[in-house]
Design a protein around this ligand. Structure first.
Ligand code: ATP
Length: 266
């Protein structure tokens, strides 16, 4: 496994996530609460620990949400991408899957975020890949379904639900299938607010107007990119004003992001 296989508690919190309220509540119930309140779940009796499969267009918060869940639960987080596990040597990929789950168990409570999970399905790929992928899929399903998965939670993500093997979607595997859509106008405002959180926004900035008038069809990643661009415009302007001033004073206390910066960034 690569560097990304290391586990730590992520620093992304729910405050960093805009919209997606329904998903948040589901993930709280299925993952955060069982980790935080094991006594209550002892009382109710064991449930089948079933994973989530998030699907939808890129850049809409799947990774972010998985990190926020781990953070909220105080759990370790392992980020792995399906294609990283594909190895041309027969058996190597299965071993990588076993190692992944072993590592998760030793650092439990642990959330495994499995991005591009579609890479594990046998339906895609060339003829020669078929054997390797088939074995890998079986190993994955075994780990997912069988054995002791206590306090190891799996959140898968894909942009390609159409190629996902239906075997993935049974209860106890990725039993919860959730669509993560492009944000609507209200979500866009909420995402912009979460991205603007702790940044020096000038009161002239009208996030509602930006979200409604200029950002139709934007993903969360597009909105984050817009914020970055507005900051670069503001930085450029700040330095132009410093360079043209008499004293060249490097005083950054009045740095703000203004509506004009957003307009130029759009
Ligand atoms: P992919 O399918 O490409 O992996 P993804 O759905 O996992 O995409 P993220 O990686 O979570 O998307 O989002 C990329 C970036 O876009 C985030 O780091 C964040 O800056 C911004 N972003 C996306 N969605 C949201 C959201 N709902 N709230 C706040 N920021 C968001």
């Amino acid at each position: 496994l690569t560097r990304e296989g290391f586990s730590t508690v992520p620093d992304v919190s729910w405050d960093d996530v805009g919209g997606l309220g329904h998903l948040r509540s589901e993930l709280n119930n299925y993952i955060v609460r069982p980790i935080k309140y094991p006594d209550m779940y002892e009382k109710f009796g064991k449930t089948l620990e079933t994973g989530f499969l998030l699907y939808g267009p890129p850049g809409c918060g799947k990774t972010l949400v998985a990190k926020a869940v781990a953070n909220e639960a105080g759990a370790n987080f392992i980020h792995i991408k399906g294609p990283e596990l594909l190895n041309k040597y027969v058996g190597e990929s299965e071993r990588a899957i076993r190692t992944l789950f072993q590592r998760a168990r030793t650092s439990s409570p642990c959330v495994i975020f499995f991005d591009e999970v579609d890479a594990l399905t046998g339906r895609r790929g060339r003829e020669g890949d078929h054997l390797v992928v088939g074995g890998l899929l079986n190993q994955f399903l075994t780990e997912l379904h069988g054995g002791d998965r206590r306090d190891v939670y799996v959140i898968g993500a894909t942009n390609r639900l159409d190629v996902i093997d239906p075997a993935f979607l049974r209860p106890g595997r990725f039993g919860n299938l959730v669509y993560v859509p492009l944000p609507n106008a209200d979500d866009r405002v909420s995402i912009l607010k979460s991205i603007a959180n702790k940044r020096p926004l000038d009161p002239s900035v009208d996030l509602d107007a930006i979200a409604n008038k200029y950002c139709e069809g934007f993903s969360g990643a597009d909105l984050a990119n817009l914020m970055d661009k507005a900051i670069h415009v503001a930085v450029k302007e700040k330095f132009q004003s410093i360079e043209s001033s008499e004293d060249g004073d490097m005083d950054f206390s009045d740095c703000t992001i203004k509506m004009t910066h957003f307009k130029q960034a759009l």
